[in-house]
Each structure stands twice: as structure tokens, then as C-alpha cells.
Design a protein around this ligand. Structure first.
Ligand SMILES: C[S@@+](CC[C@H](N)C(=O)[O-])C[C@H]1O[C@@H](n2cnc3c(N)ncnc32)[C@H](O)[C@@H]1O
Length: 335
């Protein structure tokens, strides 16, 4: 058993929309060699373009996502035999398992005590052997641990809440990642998109920012905590670490200004921007911070704008059921 890149629960991931994105590129006859994915989340969109032989710039402001790009998408060296041995050790040995930061804080909430103790012990052990591993090997094992911690969590898929029932022991089993080889190694960043935008040149920029007050760091604080392993104090019912500097401007009242500033600073020929109405707006936090009218207004200051949505004839493969939610892509060819 191995993990695939898309085997992650991540709100707003665009795995099912790749053919929709491709259809817009084809319809518009877009030719490009450098693709930039500034709010890359899982990295599925970047991976898609890497696999098509494009040069890719991939970025997200969360460290856990940076870890995934290093593991899945970079071209760093790794020794498969050494990784297999290490995964086997973590899956079968018990001599390294002791009480730790993770079991002290997350037992009987997101995980059973047994599972939390093992997750934290693997994390601790991995840090202790870091100098003996290549960069890529370290990130691959860490990514595998994060995927496992996501898979077995006592949640509906994010860490804004855990399920009311007592977590059962699920077992912590790491799996190797199903890694692919790409023509070019991507440039990988963990930056604020607005800062990075000023420093890069690309032919084609894909923008998929958050659109409402729900902060990604709040959804995925536990994975970020496990990835960083700085062992901060956690507070509140959902056991979050301090995370002020990871809050996104795109989930605040200044989202529109942030998007305008970002788009103005891009050096590119084409922009593709995702928008959706996934959330049923039954609470203030779910109402989109940037309206469709704002997006069109901002993009029109830069060039010609076309709107494509999932009801559009280009997306009729019938494989994906979008029920009530509509995915929209705004395509802008810059002047
Ligand atoms: C809608 S998700 C992107 C999903 C992605 N396209 C995928 O397929 O997985 C938005 C992402 O933007 C990131 N983000 C939020 N604010 C950011 C900022 N100012 N700079 C960079 N990334 C940011 C979040 O961490 C989140 O991963």
C-alpha cells in the first residue's frame, strides 16, 4: 500500500477540477512554460502541470503544505531501501514509543491515547535521526506521518472539531509515497502570496485563495503543529496552537484589497482564478469575502476576462457530481 498525493482530506482541493482547468486552457489556446500556483494547498494542480512537463512555482503559507511539496514534487535524492526499512521499523517496533507532547495534548480527543503516543513518538524519533537522512528522505517520512495522522483522526476531515465519541484505536501505519519523476524540479516556497508575487515571473498564474472567514490554519492547525514540532502550548476545546502570523488576509475584511494588490503585482501573461460557492452561507464565517463582481472588476483592470463554470459545456464528462455547488474559473489574458 502506498499513498497518492490526492489521498488527503483538504477543503477546496481541486483534484476533481483538473480536467475543467485543462478544458479552459485548451479552449483559450494558452501556451505557457512557467506555471505558478500561489495558493497551492495540496499541490494537486502543480503536480498536474509538472506531470505535463511544465516548469512550476508552487507556494502556500502553511509549513505542512511546504513539507508535502518537498516530499512529493521536489527532485531531491532518496534511498528507497532506507525509507522502506524506516517505515517498517515505525510500523512494527515498539522500543521508541514513549509518552510525549502529542499524547499529552491530543489523547482522547483527535486520537486514542495509543495512537497519539505512537504518532508523537515517530515524530520525535524522526527529528532525532534527521541529520542521518537526506532532506527529501526527511520530508517523505514526515509527509507519510502527516497523511496517516489525517487519515485516522477522529474528525470529519479537518481539525476545527473532533467527533463527540471517544476515539477508537485505529493503528498508526505509515505508507510509502507513490512518487513520480518530473522533467523539471519546481521552485517551492512557503510565503505570503502577495510577497512572492513581486519576486517571480511566470507565463501562467493560477490563483485559488480562500474566499471566506474560515482560516485554513484553523482547519489544519494540528497537522501544522505536528509538522513544525515546536511543541507550543495549545488552548481551547479544539486544542489550537498560537497561529496569529499564519492567519490569511484573504479570510478578513481586507480580502478584496489583498487580491487587487496581488493581481497588480503579477508579472505574467495569463491569470486563472478559481472561485466557488461551496459553502452554504448559513453563518457569517461562510459568506464569501470577495464577491464575483469584485473579482471581475479587479481582473478587468488587467485585461480581457472570461468566465467558465462547471455547468459549462466543456465540463460534461459526468464523472463528478457537484450537486449544489458550482465551481467557477475566471480567465484573464493580460493586456
Ligand atoms: C482553496 S485552498 C487551495 C487549494 C488548492 N488549489 C488545492 O487544489 O489543494 C487555499 C490555500 O491558500 C493558502 N493561503 C491562504 N492565504 C495565503 C496567503 N496569503 N499566501 C499563500 N497561501 C495562502 C491556504 O493555506 C490554502 O492552502
Amino acid at each position: 500500500m502506498t499513498y497518492n498525493l490526492q489521498n488527503r482530506r483538504y477543503i477546496g482541493n481541486k483534484f476533481k477540477l483538473l480536467s475543467f482547468i485543462d478544458s479552459v486552457i485548451e479552449t483559450e489556446g494558452v501556451e505557457f512554460s512557467i506555471f505558478a500556483d500561489l495558493f497551492a494547498g495540496t499541490g494537486v494542480v502543480s503536480e498536474h502541470f509538472l506531470s505535463l512537463g511544465k516548469k512550476v512555482i508552487v507556494n502556500d503559507n502553511l509549513y505542512s503544505n511546504f513539507v508535502f511539496y518537498q516530499a512529493w514534487l521536489s527532485n531531491g535524492d532518496f534511498d528507497q531501501t532506507r525509507l522502506n526499512k524506516l517505515i517498517h521499523y515505525y510500523n512494527t517496533a515498539t522500543d521508541f514509543i514513549i509518552d510525549n507532547y502529542f499524547s499529552d495534548n491530543f489523547s482522547n480527543t483527535y486520537y486514542s491515547y495509543i495512537d497519539a503516543k505512537k504518532i508523537g513518538s515517530i515524530r520525535e524519533h524522526l527529528e532525532s535521526i534527521r541529520p542521518t537522512l537526506t532532506h527529501r528522505e526527511y520530508y517523505i517520512i514526515l509527509a507519510s506521518l502527516l497523511y496517516t495522522a489525517d487519515k485516522i483522526a477522529n474528525t470529519v476531515g479537518h481539525f476545527e472539531a473532533f467527533l463527540g465519541r471517544q476515539p477508537i484505536i485505529k493503528g498508526v501505519e505509515l505508507q510509502m509515497l507513490n512518487l513520480q519523476k518530473y522533467k523539471y524540479a519546481p521552485d517551492i516556497y512557503q510565503k505570503d502570496a502577495n510577497v512572492l508575487a513581486k519576486d517571480i515571473n511566470a507565463d501562467f498564474v493560477y490563483l485559488d485563495p480562500p474566499y471566506n472567514a474560515r482560516q485554513y490554519i484553523n482547519f489544519y492547525h494540528l497537522l501544522e503543529n505536528l509538522a513544525e514540532w515546536k511543541k507550543p502550548s495549545v488552548i481551547g476545546k479544539t486544542l489550537k496552537m498560537p497561529r496569529k502570523e499564519k492567519m490569511s488576509q484573504y479570510s478578513t475584511a481586507s480580502a478584496k484589497e489583498a487580491l487587487f494588490e496581488l493581481i497588480k503585482s503579477l508579472k505574467t501573461k495569463y491569470i486563472l482564478l478559481s472561485y466557488n460557492n461551496t459553502y452554504v452561507a448559513n453563518s457569517g464565517a461562510s459568506i464569501n469575502k470577495i464577491t464575483e463582481q469584485d473579482i471581475v472588476y479587479i481582473l478587468k483592470t488587467m485585461g480581457n476576462v472570461k468566465k467558465f463554470d462547471t455547468n459549462y459545456r466543456f465540463f460534461n464528462s459526468g464523472k463528478t457530481n457537484f450537486d449544489n455547488h458550482k465551481e467557477i474559473l475566471y480567465f484573464c489574458k493580460l493586456k
